[in-house]
Ligand binder design. Structure first.
Ligand code: B12
Ligand code: SF4
Length: 521
């Protein structure tokens, strides 16, 4: 049977990396079936495009995975596939949280023939076998003989053959306009391709923050892959990088990569010992980064960026959402420690919490200005279904768009916050994005980095230009040209430094002009 695994786009931004679930399920599919992968973030598709693809490739089963914000698009695509006579199975966090919705058991229309609830590592081969025999069941769930949900152990993790996957659609360089690629080559980035590859080393998070779906979905018991299997995967990617003449970076998608510091250190030591360093990004909560030895191992093993859910600079807010283990008074110290080791942070903030008031953006920006340059991202508190936050707001009658995902609007609130109106919270988010990613802020970040390597400065600028697009749409060449024009001074300055390094006197690194150390935003 030919199977298509499809991930819809969110109709707003493009994701910078592929979704792991489809590669994992492909690796778990019995070998007598063919699996095609399509990610709407890499190739946008209309219903008609998708149906044509399915007919052309004689697809007999379509699997669709989606986060909540992509649910409406996922349902539309699923409806079209089913109308064309091909069965649809849906999986992932959203359908697990509201299983009646895709099955039409909540009074709405039906979108899926079957749903895979929870982690599908064990149920997927069964789903495929049932579909091949034409007897799909409605609900698949990993349960033991007593009917109790089981979480798969990750010790026997399958080998994901990235070298055999069709990765061209995820080449980030391929999405850049020709002039941008030429410009990057001229400053020494001679790679043929650039991929960010998702890898998981473990699952589960015990912290149970009120707004988060992870503890409910993956459970609070943490499961890890063996060090050997993770390092083998990194080595495979390193070999692939060499073979293709491209560049690969890894995103460890674990929710808290250092949740068990002892185990993380042992994994990082093994990466170093086996020479498996490849630039990587991971999510680690700030309380775990007070450990100097851990931070040093992160740097030595190829770590570059750490994603931290700081959420708020206000302890009251953090407490109200069950994230009191974040200590705003310690943010600067942790970020300084990272910067000392040549590591940088993507810091995520949420506005619209119950203790937020007008001016929260400016207060947060002021705090950020006192740190080494970070890539801040700002969102609104969003009640995802089946979270304690959703239930609390629903019980208090505060949900304004109870099924916000069926009418998805980016950066629009779905409930009434306490200390400001939804519109004010949205305006605060806008202000924070504007101030963080304008050309002045970008130039200030580069100025701070003058004493660092040229590669660091280029990486920062590219990341800043890309991150801006999370809030301000920059999907078209015209929008990109506008961004490049706005940042022309920073770009020319880096280009001048590159030229000087190539044709000027030998130097250990490419020096910048003396600049005052200022801050990012
Ligand atoms: C990596 C990641 C990202 C990446 C991008 C996604 C990517 N390319 O992988 C980045 C950092 C960009 C990101 C962004 C966001 N993310 Co995110 N992200 C994750 C994260 C940490 C890992 C995803 C992952 O690969 N997991 C490992 C795989 C193996 O698990 P899985 O995807 O659940 O798949 C398993 C099952 O669900 C099932 N399955 C999944 N799909 C399907 C499909 C079929 C057909 C079947 C049979 C089975 C199946 O099988 C798999 C194996 O068991 C998850 C949390 C988590 N631990 O999952 C959050 C998570 C998915 N993100 C979340 C959110 C909210 C966001 C943002 C909206 C945050 C924000 N405010 O901006 C954005 C939206 C991005 C967008 N595209 O619009 C939420 C989603 C909640 C929800 N109900 O939708 C999660 C669950 C985290 C949370 N805090 O609750 N994210
Ligand atoms: S620490 Fe992160 S992953 Fe864990 S529950 Fe809190 S927000 Fe979710």
């Amino acid at each position: 049977m030919n199977i298509l695994l499809y991930n819809p786009d969110n109709e707003v931004t493009n994701n910078f990396m592929p979704h792991l679930w489809m590669f994992l399920l492909k690796s778990l599919t019995p070998p007598d079936h063919n699996v095609f992968l399509l990610d709407g973030n890499a190739q946008r598709m209309s219903e008609r495009d998708l149906i044509e693809y399915i007919r052309r490739n004689r697809v007999g089963l379509v699997g669709i995975g989606a986060m909540t914000r992509m649910a409406a698009k996922a349902y539309r695509m699923a409806d079209a596939v089913r109308a064309a006579g091909v069965p649809v199975v849906m999986g992932g966090p959203h359908v697990t949280e509201v299983p009646d919705e895709p099955l039409g058991r909540d009074g709405g229309p039906r979108h899926a023939d079957a749903v895979a609830l929870g982690e599908a590592d064990q149920t997927w081969p069964r789903i495929v076998a049932d579909a091949a025999r034409g007897c799909l069941q409605e609900v698949y769930m990993p349960v033991d003989e007593a009917g109790k949900e089981v979480k798969p152990a990750l010790e026997a993790y399958p080998q994901i053959r990235w070298d055999r996957m069709e990765l061209d659609q995820f080449n980030l360089f391929g999405h850049l306009p020709t002039f941008a690629r030429t410009a990057l080559r001229s400053i020494g980035m001679k790679w043929e391709s650039f991929h960010v590859i998702p890898i998981e080393s473990g699952r589960g998070c015990p912290y149970g923050c009120e707004f988060c779906t992870v503890t409910g979905f993956f459970g609070d018991s943490i499961r890890f892959r063996t060090n050997e299997s993770v390092v083998d995967e990194l080595l495979l990617l390193k070999a692939l990088e060499k073979k293709r003449g491209g560049k690969i970076a890894v995103f460890f998608v674990d929710d808290n990569f250092a949740i068990n510091r002892k185990r993380t250190k042992s994994l990082l030591r093994e990466i170093i010992a086996r020479g498996a360093q490849i630039p990587w990004v991971a999510q680690i909560s700030m309380n775990l980064l007070k450990d100097e030895e851990l931070v040093s191992l992160i740097a030595e093993s190829g770590g570059k960026w750490i994603f931290m859910g700081l959420e708020s600079i206000d302890p009251g807010n953090l407490k109200s959402v069950g994230k009191g283990f974040n200590k705003p008074g310690e943010y600067a110290e942790v970020l300084d420690r990272l910067a000392r080791h040549g590591l940088y942070a993507i810091t995520s903030f949420i506005f619209g919490m119950d203790d937020d008031h007008v001016g929260v953006a400016e207060r947060t920006l002021q705090e950020i200005r006192s740190w080494p340059p970070v890539l801040p991202v700002f969102g609104l508190l969003t009640p995802y279904p089946a979270t304690p936050l959703y239930d609390r707001l629903a019980a208090a009658g505060r949900l304004t768009r109870a099924k916000h995902w069926l009418d998805f609007k980016p950066f629009v609130m779905a409930h009434t916050p306490n200390g400001l109106s939804p519109e004010q919270a949205q305006a605060e988010v806008r202000q924070a994005w504007t101030a963080s990613y304008n050309s002045k802020a970008n130039a200030a970040a580069l100025a701070w980095l003058e004493s660092r390597s040229f590669a660091d400065r280029v990486m920062h600028l590219l990341a800043r230009l890309a991150f801006r697009g999370i809030y301000f749409p920059q999907m078209r060449t015209r929008e990109w040209l506008g961004v490049l024009f706005e940042n022309r001074h920073s770009i020319f300055r880096l280009a001048a430094q590159a030229i000087r390094a190539k044709f000027g006197p030998p130097a250990e690194d490419i020096p910048g002009e003396p600049a005052q150390h200022s801050t990012a935003v």
